[in-house]
Design a protein around this ligand. Structure first.
Ligand code: GAL
Length: 715
């Protein structure tokens, strides 16, 4: 008896120790500059297993090794109350970026967020279309929590009693420097699970950490060439004749067009969906798709994944669906091969096999009143919470696989994603429509391993329409989403010419966009990203936060002055969109010379400039030595067999080097080496003449380049 008593006491003691003591984190170096930490019993279903991402080791090797960027002793983890408490240290001046696709803020230090897959509800509180649990520090490292749970994040908002860098308590009665938000020296994350794995990505730069994150997720997506052309989504109840007429109108008006998106009306039932063509609107889908392809126009189909009881495969798929519905449609458990076979089998048979080029997967982000609740049971046993966090990943993964199996690239839209999804050929969009916030989302997409489109739908004025279209052509998907408005690019006659010039510019810049996406794929560099990642960039600092002691809490300064309306597009372009109602704006040019994209004139060097670009132009600046490859203004993206004349525009006077990417633009043969990066160099001699070179096209590799010319933009 006594022995049993003693033994139970020992067990109780042991148990409470495990509960209360900081656990040992198991560390493992898993790739160049990438470390995995794990604690407790990590769940086998997580963001990386849901996305099926395989690390792009070659890309990581080319960035090289890096030292562990933090002090391991300062990273702590505890298991308490069935949850993991994680803590990462913060320096006094360190800035934090990321934590998903935020719309209104770039700086995240000091934030409290619950990362939760959702539509964006007007506030950056963690509920968003891609709640990626990844953050990047201005000190040049990144942290990714590989969990498919709703995570509570205290991004430097809480102060520990016995912490190492705890500020002094102040008397609010008498001390003017008292702050309601005292300095915090840690990021703390609550993971509602008994174990978790997480990753630390080394630098040295913050961009390097992002590259490593994207490469760990398989590298960024490489769209087909046509995906970067122009796309129009038509009114929801359009029929095949309307769609053909729409394509004809683009051709007649001389507007470029690569793909048309059909909205819910192509299906016989929507919300929930039948996944079948509507016979009255599309009586002969196969010949319709063929006619469109012959005109050089591909088709993208809207759908949500919720299955109508009238869908042809409803009965068969029912056992593999959740016990709750969405709009009375069955929710397929996409973690189950049986469900996937039926669902994607239907898409393949009815649409992909007849030539449909891609999809727009709607409503996979969630909105609590529409989506399955957290008490839903899925037949695989995955929790409703895990399914919510990963549904966007699952639908992207398996639809992309369907195209990969055909050796055919796709490019489409999705409303929800998460960490692990960098390589998926999908762009996020939503129903919100604030132009400024759309640009902030574009900036933040680069921190979240996703792409975002600031789609244009309609506008109150011609001016607003033009301003939106100007942003759209400097984004991952040049799209008008006229599903409800029926707007065409030329719907505002007073700006029709300017809108056309922008669409044409997008097409001329194809060689640049395509090469920059290749760098996303092979090197992990986001094609659209924050200024904060640009060397020599310093945001203007003004002491605005009066109630805070800036001595104690310097990071607050930068947060109060964050810049969220200009961004980097590809290697050397700085884009500063104009918003309706504004004739002038300021642009922060990082250190080093910058030149006007259109004229080549010197614009400034490490300074804040004020510009009045006029209605026709969106301000764009090029780095010193920047080379922008330009092609002809085609009406459709070039086919794999077409050879184009290219003009390399060169800015400033610094020696320039550009890597021009080439492959067939349509298949996955690049995965087997059928691609090349050709090196272009330009220097300016003392006589002002250009010395230029371009490496030869590699034998046996696709070569879409014909004649090349070089142009000094800066006189
Ligand atoms: C919304 C989507 C829109 C449009 C619409 C069609 O959910 O965000 O872009 O596709 O559905 O009903």
């Amino acid at each position: 008896m006594n022995r049993i008593f003693k033994y139970s006491c020992y067990l109780i003691l042991l148990f409470s120790c495990t509960k209360l003591t900081a656990q040992d984190i198991k560390w493992e170096a898993v790739g160049p500059g990438v470390w995995k930490g794990s604690i407790g019993k990590p769940e086998s279903y997580n963001l990386l297993s849901a996305s099926g991402a395989t690390p792009a080791i070659e890309g990581l090797k080319s960035i090289g090794e890096a030292p562990f960027p933090l002090s391991k002793d300062e990273i702590t983890a505890k298991l308490t109350d069935g949850k993991i408490y994680l803590r990462f240290p913060l320096d006094k001046k360190e800035q934090l970026y990321g934590f998903g696709l935020n719309f209104q803020t770039v700086h995240q230090r000091g934030k409290i967020l619950q990362l939760h897959s959702d539509h964006f509800g007007g506030k950056d509180n963690g509920r968003t279309h891609a709640p990626t649990p990844f953050y990047v520090s201005s000190n040049g490292y990144g942290v990714f929590i590989n969990s498919a749970r709703y995570l509570n994040v205290y991004a430097g908002s809480a102060v520990k009693r016995d912490g190492a860098n705890v500020p002094e308590a102040k008397d609010r009665n008498t001390d003017k420097s008292w702050s309601s938000r005292p300095y915090s020296d840690g990021v703390e994350i609550l993971v509602p699970a008994e174990g978790v794995e997480f990753y630390v990505f080394g630098g040295p730069s913050s961009l390097n950490a992002i590259q490593r994150f994207n490469l760990w997720n398989g590298g960024g997506c490489l769209p087909p060439r046509w995906g970067l052309g122009f796309t129009q989504r038509v009114k929801t109840l359009f029929n095949s004749k309307d769609v053909e007429a729409e394509a004809q109108a683009f051709a007649d008006k001389g507007f470029p067009l690569d793909y048309i998106g059909l909205e819910p009306g192509w299906q016989s039932k929507a919300y929930p969906c039948s996944f079948e063509w509507d016979q009255s609107r599309y009586p002969d889908p196969a010949s319709f798709v063929k006619t469109m392809l012959n005109k050089g126009i591909r088709l993208n189909l809207w759908t949500n994944p919720y299955i109508s009881p009238e869908a042809p495969f409803y009965k068969e798929i029912k056992p593999f669906t959740a016990d709750h519905t969405v709009w009375l449609g069955a929710v397929p458990d996409l973690t189950m091969p049986e469900a996937r076979k039926l669902m994607f089998g239907q898409l393949k048979k009815s649409q992909v096999d007849i030539g449909v080029s891609g999809y727009k997967f709607d409503e996979v982000d969630g909105y609590d009143h529409y989506l399955w609740p957290d008490v839903t049971l899925f037949p695989s046993g995955k929790s409703a919470e895990q399914m919510r966090q990963t549904y966007g990943l699952l639908i992207q993964r398996y639809s992309a696989e369907m195209y990969h199996d055909r050796n055919q690239r796709t490019y489409g839209l999705v409303r929800g994603s998460n960490g692990g999804g960098s390589s998926f050929p999908y762009v996020i969009y939503n129903d919100y429509y604030n132009h400024e916030d759309f640009i902030t989302a574009l900036i933040n997409s680069g921190f979240a391993g996703v792409l975002w489109t600031p789609e244009a739908r309609a506008s109150k004025t011609g001016e607003e329409w033009l301003r939106r279209m100007q942003s759209v052509v400097f984004s991952p998907m040049a799209m008008i989403n006229a599903w409800s408005s029926g707007t065409k690019p030329w719907s505002y006659p007073e700006v029709e010419k300017q809108v056309k010039d922008m669409a044409v510019l997008r097409m001329q810049m194809m060689p640049y966009w395509y090469s920059e996406f290749a760098k996303y794929h092979f090197q992990g560099i986001p094609p659209f990203r924050a200024m904060n990642l640009e060397p020599g960039y310093l945001s203007e600092v003004k002491k605005e936060v009066k109630s805070t002691n800036l001595e104690d809490n310097p990071y607050v300064e930068a947060v109060s002055k964050e810049v969220k309306d200009q961004y980097m597009a590809g290697e050397s372009l700085l884009v500063a969109p104009m918003f309706a109602g504004k004739e002038t704006r300021t642009v922060i040019l990082p250190k080093g010379k910058w030149f006007d994209f259109y004229t080549g004139e010197f614009a400034g060097d490490g300074q804040v400039i004020t510009v009045t670009p006029g209605l026709d132009k969106i301000p764009v600046y090029v780095k010193d030595g920047g080379i922008i490859p330009m092609g002809p203004a085609l009406m459709h993206a070039a086919k794999s067999t077409e050879k184009l004349d290219l003009e390399f525009r060169y800015y400033g006077s610094k020696p320039g080097k550009y890597l021009l990417y080439d492959d067939d633009g349509e298949t996955f043969n690049y995965e087997k080496g059928a691609y090349s990066f050709r090196t272009v160099t330009i220097t300016k001699g003392a006589d002002g003449k250009l010395k230029t070179s371009i490496s030869a096209a590699e034998k046996g590799k696709p070569n879409t380049v014909n004649q090349v010319t070089f142009k000094a933009m800066t006189k």
